[in-house]
Design a protein around this ligand. Structure first.
Ligand SMILES: Cc1cc2nc3c(=O)[nH]c(=O)nc-3n(C[C@H](O)[C@H](O)[C@H](O)COP(=O)(O)OP(=O)(O)OC[C@H]3O[C@@H](n4cnc5c(N)ncnc54)[C@H](O)[C@@H]3O)c2cc1C
Length: 415
């Protein structure tokens, strides 16, 4: 008899597992609540889909924030190079950009979705859209997959429902309730790769992007986290690659509601210059413009909109003439440029998170095939698991690698 497998969720991991299992001869039904497959995938990487990172498995682990050890078998079994080879074999050539980020050469995430859907369908998988799965219940043999208006029995069920962030794309955390009903523990889902909101009024900085800065966040009792790169000011908070990655690293500094207490964000606007070199640079600028107001000298050093914040932090009036800045005022200025300080109040909500940290506790999932140790024949893959990584294509790599070992495990066990 043909093995019947239900896959819940036609996202990155579900579609990939569907193609692999259908090719091996299993009877595959992929259930998707949306009217089309791959809705989240189509908006990834700002519509360009950063499918993976051109790096070794060891470098992937360096970028995994939660439970890298659990992913050891998955990432080593299906590596970033395998992902690239797979998409190229489907007729999606790729290109590598800054930070080893891999994108489709066409810059179109939709090409990635179409290739995955085509591979799954042409291999024989059925993709059943507009069908919201409400429960998975143990049956005499296998499991009943329930939806509004009925249920169907399957030998195996793969839960590929994603996390709880960006719920408008269909991932609303349903996989957590399926797992909990089967007796699994859920690690509290939190927003990750999310903006950080500040107490200060920074509306005049909205839209300002800073390159080559170091951003640090600290909370008493926790180790400070800091990263170098590009950040963006929003109306009430900060975002951009460095801040998104920091938000993943500092999740545990916030309470369960994502609120910070006594936290501090420091931006080093000139990380390439130590205090002494920066002081020399400021002396030069002040000397060159000695008759000007200091606010009109500083644009050589930083974007204009930042100047009022830096001068206020240094306790210097904006109209002070350059020639009147004494050495102690200069020291304050140097400190303000290297430690521009803000007060974070909360992380963005889970709706705003690019991914969810937390999810199905990996202690209860077999790391070699993603099967639930508590429910034989049920598998959890992709973001529904308590795994998350920084930006750079690592999260999709996790989705593909966990899908791969799951499909491989089912093929070895049942086919
Ligand atoms: C804006 C944005 C940009 C991103 N960019 C990148 C990027 O460039 N690179 C990267 O590596 N990662 C990126 N990510 C993260 C990446 O998209 C996810 O980690 C990845 O899609 C997870 O794959 P998945 O298969 O686990 O879940 P998803 O791709 O989220 O798929 C889950 C599917 O399950 C369906 N579903 C859920 N519950 C049910 C149910 N009860 N019944 C039926 N169907 C259900 C959903 O509708 C959805 O289609 C981005 C995320 C966002 C939000």
């Amino acid at each position: 008899m043909t093995l019947k497998v239900a896959i819940i969720g036609a996202g990155a991991s579900g579609l990939f597992a569907a193609a692999m299992l259908a090719k091996a001869g299993a009877n595959i039904d992929v259930y998707e609540r949306n009217d089309r497959a791959g809705k989240k995938l189509s908006i990834t990487g700002k519509g360009r889909c950063n499918i993976t990172n051109m790096c070794t498995p060891a470098q992937v682990f360096e970028n995994v924030v939660s439970n890298p050890k659990f992913l050891f078998s998955a990432i080593n079994s299906f590596t970033p190079q395998d992902t690239i080879d797979y998409f190229e074999s489907l007729g999606v050539p790729v290109k590598v950009e800054r930070g080893r980020r891999v994108f489709p050469a066409s810059d179109r995430a939709q090409d990635v979705v179409s290739a995955l859907v085509h591979d799954a369908k042409s291999s024989g998988a059925n993709i059943i859209t507009n069908t919201h799965i409400t429960a998975i219940t143990p049956a005499e043999k296998g499991y009943e997959v329930c939806f509004n208006g009925g249920s169907v029995r399957y030998d195996c069920v793969i839960v590929a429902t994603g996390g709880a962030s960006y719920p408008a794309t269909g991932s609303t955390g349903d996989g957590y309730s399926f797992a909990a009903a089967l007796g699994n523990k859920i690690v509290t889902p939190r927003a990750a790769l999310v903006p950080i909101y500040l107490k200060e009024d920074i509306s005049s900085l909205a839209g300002l992007s800073l390159k080559n800065v170091t951003v640090a966040i600290s909370v008493p009792g926790h180790t400070e986290e800091s990263l170098f790169g590009e950040m963006l000011f929003m109306h009430r908070g900060i975002s951009g690659p460095v801040v998104l990655s920091l938000s993943s690293l500092c999740g545990k500094m916030a309470d369960d509601n994502g609120r910070f207490s006594k936290a501090c964000v420091k931006i080093d606007l000139k990380p390439a210059l130590d205090e002494e070199k920066l002081d020399k640079r400021i002396i030069r600028d002040l000397t060159d413009g000695h008759t000007k107001a200091v606010k009109n000298v500083l644009p050589a050093l930083m974007p204009k909109s930042l100047i009022p914040y830096v001068l206020s932090a240094a306790g210097i009036s904006a109209d002070t003439r350059a020639c009147d800045i004494n050495s102690s005022m200069r020291s304050s200025l140097v400190r303000a440029v290297k430690n521009l300080t803000f007060t974070p109040v909360r992380m963005g909500s889970i709706d705003e998170g690019i991914i969810t940290s937390g999810g199905v506790d990996v202690k209860e999932i077999n790391p070699s095939d993603c099967m639930d140790k508590k429910a034989e024949g049920v598998y959890f893959i992709g973001e529904v698991l308590d795994v998350d990584a920084l930006t750079g294509g690592y999260n999709l790599q996790i989705a593909f690698s966990t899908a791969y070992i799951c499909a491989r495990g089912i093929i070895h066990k049942y086919l």
